[in-house]
Design a protein around this ligand. Structure first.
Ligand code: C2E
Ligand code: CA
Ligand code: CA
Ligand code: CA
Length: 279
């Protein structure tokens, strides 16, 4: 309107207002979903160089009316903003440890590992170490089978605190993977300081590496660097045979992606995945 001249300050534009409202509605719905325990975990398989199953990544799913799933890409950021990632992440950890206990009780699946995503806000909770150790104890699992996936956002805060916390858990046997590697801003000197077991090449580089010289260079650099640092390397987002072959050729050790298997509820896993497990 004409009255709203250049100097009128409106706090929210209609678009912003809609976004704020959507955020508030999602927060309320998330809270209710947590109370009602409707979240699910899907499991995406991870394979080694000779094609055997070595583990899985646990990925949260939020089923809503009509059989639809809200994507974690939509609800995880809201859960992080509101702090609901703390109880949600606690549920994910507990559920993952329960699944590990079931695998460890079976001769054919004893060696499988399970990767769990941990948000910065969850990792920096004062009782995070206790949360992890009590989940492991509650289910009586071998800690070395649990792999915590951290993104570079976790180390943006206090690097000394981060290293100390990781070291504490690593002493217990828990493993760490650096997720979405190459997309953040952390320097290589940080990488050297972090007590890591694995680096995960981000899917954006895997997607482009065969058509884009820059992505190819990054992938090769990550593979070379991981080798010299003695870190295991896994590629995510492997969608084609050509990508798989290229990564194999250049020494990548672990593979995850739609080519090999999409995230699924465990009950929907094809039998041959578990049959291929080393034991
Ligand atoms: P992420 O940790 O990078 O997980 C990989 C994402 O890539 C997953 O999306 C997975 O389904 C998808 N993906 C796997 N293979 C392929 C492929 O070959 N091609 C393509 N295009 N995509 C592939 P998803 O399950 O939608 O999860 C999205 C993000 O949400 C995750 O990204 C992670 O950052 C977050 N997230 C999921 N579950 C949790 C959780 O329990 N806790 C926390 N903190 N974050 C979670
Ligand atoms: Ca991940
Ligand atoms: Ca990732
Ligand atoms: Ca990602």
């Amino acid at each position: 309107a004409k009255e709203e001249g250049r100097n009128t300050t409106r706090f929210f534009s209609p678009q912003m207002q809609a976004r704020v409202q959507a955020h508030a509605e999602m927060e309320a719905a998330l809270r209710q979903a947590l109370d009602e325990g409707v979240f699910q975990l899907f499991y995406q398989p991870q394979f080694c160089r000779d094609g055997k199953l070595v583990g899985a990544e646990a990925l949260a799913r939020w089923p809503v009316e009509g059989g639809r799933m809200v994507s974690p890409a939509d609800f995880i950021p809201v859960a992080e903003d509101t702090g609901l990632i703390v109880p949600l992440g606690g549920w994910v950890l507990d559920t993952a440890c329960r699944q590990l206990a079931a695998w460890q009780a079976q001769p054919g699946t004893r060696t499988l590992s399970l990767a769990v995503n941990v948000s910065a806000r969850q990792f920096h909770q004062p009782d995070f170490v206790l949360q992890v150790t009590s989940a492991m104890q509650r289910h009586g699992i071998m800690p070395s089978a649990l792999k915590l996936e951290l993104t570079e956002s976790v180390i943006l805060g206090d690097i000394d605190e981060t290293v100390a916390r990781m070291a504490q858990l690593r002493t217990l046997g828990v493993r760490f993977s650096l997720d979405d590697f190459g997309t953040g801003y952390s320097s290589l000197s940080y990488l050297r300081r972090l007590p890591l077991d694995q680096i995960k090449i981000d899917q954006s580089f895997v997607r482009d590496m065969l058509d884009n010289a820059g992505s190819e260079t990054i992938v090769l650099a990550i593979l070379g660097m991981s080798r010299s640092l003695g870190l295991e390397v896994i590629a995510e987002g492997v969608e084609t045979e050509a990508q798989h072959a290229f990564l194999l050729e250049h020494g990548c050790q672990r593979f995850q992606g739609y080519l090999l298997g999409k995230p699924l509820p465990l009950a929907a896993w094809p039998a041959h995945w578990l049959d291929s497990c080393a034991g």
